[in-house]
Design a protein around this ligand. Sequence first.
Ligand code: NDP
Length: 296
Amino acid sequence: MASRLRGRVAEKVRELAQRGISPRLEVVLVGDDPASKVYVGAKAKACQEVGIRSATRVLPGEIGAEELDTLIHTLNADPDVDGILLQLPLPRHLDSRAFLDRIAPEKDVDGFHPANVGLLHQGRPRFVPCTPAGIVFLLDEAGVVLEGARAVVVGRSEIVGKPMAALLLARHATVTVCHSRTRELDAVCREADVLVAAIGRPATITAACVRPGAVVIDVGVNRVSDPELLERLYPGDEARRSQLAKRGYTLVGDVDFTAVREVAAALTPVPGGVGPLTIAALLDNTVRAAQQRRGL
Ligand code: NDP
């Protein structure tokens, strides 16, 4: 599905090329967080594959607020830049929200600027945050009916949970949002026809949380380095076991995959589920930015 979305983006890039337009994404990476480096690398590679120009600005972790501010200002003012992505998390001394607020809304391909958040919640989206956008694409491609469906989103972050809920609501689902203080999480989740888990804790969604026949989207990306926990979650999974031995960890989602797959009608894997769609949605947003900035 992600490759289908990338294919559509590549087609749009070719159309723009015929008009002499070549979309350009600038990624800003502050510090040397290993996971962020991997994500940024994957984004750059994906851009290249569909013909989007991209550059990654790597700034030292100890950079001051003024320097980062200046860079964002420069990218905002550069007419050749269509999209700006500030890779999160930022080092502790930098206030992410303040810098996200400074990115020009028409170049905010992550959809985190308050103006874009507002437009999304008013039902006239400009840039939708990439992970929920990718998930809606996935649900559509899979033929999942959202209108009238009961949807439960576990997690209320600005990046995933809240925009996910807004998108499902816009598609006429009946939406419940859960978080760390939700009482009787299992029972609330069991109401869901479509369950989205964006928690950041391994295997929080057990089989007891899932109504038979539900569609389950696992957004979580968690490192597991305990071989016993891994064996409990993925019994006899040699590939994961050898990855843990080699790298010291393996990635698992928020859903107890082995147990939930027996109950759910459909379930996304981690890795290889929502992640590739998130990147494809970023490419799509970048091309949209290139089009919208030129009134196309
Ligand atoms: P946040 O930490 O910002 O939000 C986590 C949410 O989960 C919070 O709302 C929190 O509640 C809630 N939560 C925590 N523990 C529980 C619990 N025991 N029961 C119910 N709710 C709980 O995370 P993000 O939204 O940024 O990311 C969530 C996960 O998705 C992470 O693993 C992240 O790595 C992954 N991710 C994956 C992406 C992809 O492309 N595949 C993209 C983005 C994120 P409260 O608000 O009360 O604290």
